[in-house]
Design a protein around this ligand. Structure first.
Ligand code: SF4
Length: 465
């Protein structure tokens, strides 16, 4: 997952950096801005969040922005690497940034790309050169050769363009005002810029935006069914974002209601409090508390000056960070039955730490509820759960997971509850059921069945031809 931004119409660079900050939760490995001047593109890139970008109070007619989460290539380790690792990238007269993951990158090139956005940019430039600079033709050729998830924003010939892969895995929305067109991963960026959300870019659609709100739409590639990433609703996106006409907050609220049903059926001793694990699960915890008629209490507080645990890459750094991540209200815990609500259990280590911390502080019982079903398969489309060995649910059943985290009960969402809460049928559930919707991902999955013992690389970076 990454965040992407495109602006057409005279805009201040320092103000565009503020807009990019609204996408910092989607990736904080590195960030970049690229803008058009009269004669060339210029750029500023930084390690970490967009707050480190060095831009003046200058103006540009066309700007691209990117927050990077490294699902291809490794993490940025020094400033010298920024130009190869973080978008936006330029190749000839085209510049692009993208969110997603190209699953067949290692099968397509011998070159050691540290970022698949750079690969997309180079291929697009290649196809433009071969198609008389005709962008729709270049996209038809690009989509026929790459597999995976890719929501792209770019600049070509003074225009801004947006493209979403034919399954629409990753979100991409746009809006236009009299002065500006803005394309972004999340609609909150448009809200902040006072540009009204117009709609999602349709899966398989290329839109080329020109001056004066002109826009041309091309249907580049279509699939029978779309596959929107359900995890955007459960975890990634800001609750204020609208994706596919669904307010993320509402989806999370409905997930909580569905969980309440499941909890009631277990006929456990009544909890004294429902407790959200901040911040993502708060709407679900609120709904669950309302349904059960139990008060919600914010007993677990987040240390705001640490980033998201998920974004930290090494297990050691993640564990150390998790330890400092939460602060507890001891007085509300002692002797109480607590129903904790979290958005997911990935490795199980954070859930285990929370249960242990609550019990250490005198909780009588700790029930653990999860707003999404068990994740037992890796994601090849843009989040870095790239091998199944990282997922506790791929190795252990419900009772074993409950035992591992030390909870008195473990309540997962079921598939129907999840699908109904999202309000859309065309969603990707591959990390839950292993049904990967793209051809190359299916090949990766088949190869893993015959898994070699080679450890330490992402499944989709294995050589599969
Ligand atoms: S596999 Fe899971 S995380 Fe990846 S795109 Fe599909 S739903 Fe999203």
């Amino acid at each position: 997952m990454c965040g992407v931004l495109g602006i057409l119409g005279r805009y201040r660079l320092d103000a565009s950096k503020e807009l990019l900050l609204l996408l910092a939760h989607r990736g904080q490995d590195a960030s970049g801005l690229l803008w058009a001047t009269e004669s060339a593109f210029q750029e500023s890139k930084t390690m970490g969040s967009p707050s480190g970008l060095s831009v003046q109070r200058e103006w540009s007619e066309c700007i691209l922005g990117s927050t990077r989460y490294p699902t291809s290539g490794r993490r940025v380790s020094s400033e010298d690497e920024l130009c190869d690792f973080v978008g936006p990238f330029q190749s000839g007269a085209v510049a692009v940034t993208h969110n997603g993951n190209i699953t067949n990158l290692s099968s397509m090139t011998e070159k050691d790309y540290q970022c698949d956005t750079k690969f997309i940019c180079d291929r697009l430039q290649h196809h433009l050169a071969e198609s008389d600079d005709h962008l729709p033709t270049a996209f038809v050729r690009l989509t026929s050769e790459v597999d995976g998830a890719y929501s792209i924003v770019g600049i070509h010939d003074g225009s801004l363009f947006a493209f979403r892969d034919s399954r629409g895995f990753k979100p991409l929305v746009f809006g236009r005002s009299a002065e500006h067109t803005i394309v972004a991963s999340e609609s909150t960026v448009l809200d902040m810029a006072h540009v009204k959300l117009e709609r999602d870019v349709y899966p398989g659609e290329l839109i080329v935006f020109g001056p004066n709100q002109a826009m041309q739409c091309y249907s580049i590639s279509q699939q029978d069914g779309h596959k929107h990433c359900f995890f955007e609703y459960v975890y990634f996106a800001n609750p204020a974002a609208r994706i596919e006409n669904q307010l993320v907050y509402d989806v999370r609220f409905r997930l909580g209601r569905a969980l309440a049903n499941r909890f009631t059926r277990l006929q456990l001793e009544e909890p004294d409090y429902v407790i959200p694990v901040p911040d993502t699960s708060r709407p679900a915890a609120q709904a669950l508390a309302e349904e059960l008629g139990v008060p919600m209490r914010e007993v677990i507080l987040k240390n705001r000056y640490l980033g998201r645990t998920f974004i930290v890459q090494s297990p050691e750094a993640r564990n150390a960070m998790a330890h400092y991540k939460y602060i507890y209200l001891d007085d509300k815990i002692r002797g109480k039955n607590l129903l904790v609500v979290d958005d997911s259990i990935v490795r199980g280590t954070t859930a285990k730490m929370i249960v242990k911390d609550l019990k250490k502080r005198g909780a009588a019982k700790v029930y653990f509820a999860v707003t999404c079903p068990p994740q037992s398969h890796p994601c090849y489309y843009g989040i870095d759960i790239s091998t199944s060995s990282e997922l506790i649910a791929s190795q252990a059943g419900l009772e074993q997971i409950r035992d591992f985290i030390g909870a008195d009960a473990l309540i997962y969402q079921d598939m129907d509850g999840l699908v109904n809460a999202t309000g859309i049928r065309d969603i990707c559930l591959a990390c839950l059921d292993g049904n990967y919707p793209t051809e190359h991902a299916k090949k990766i999955q088949a190869a893993i069945q015959l898994r070699d013992k080679k450890q330490g690389i992402r499944d989709y970076e294995r050589e599969i031809r």
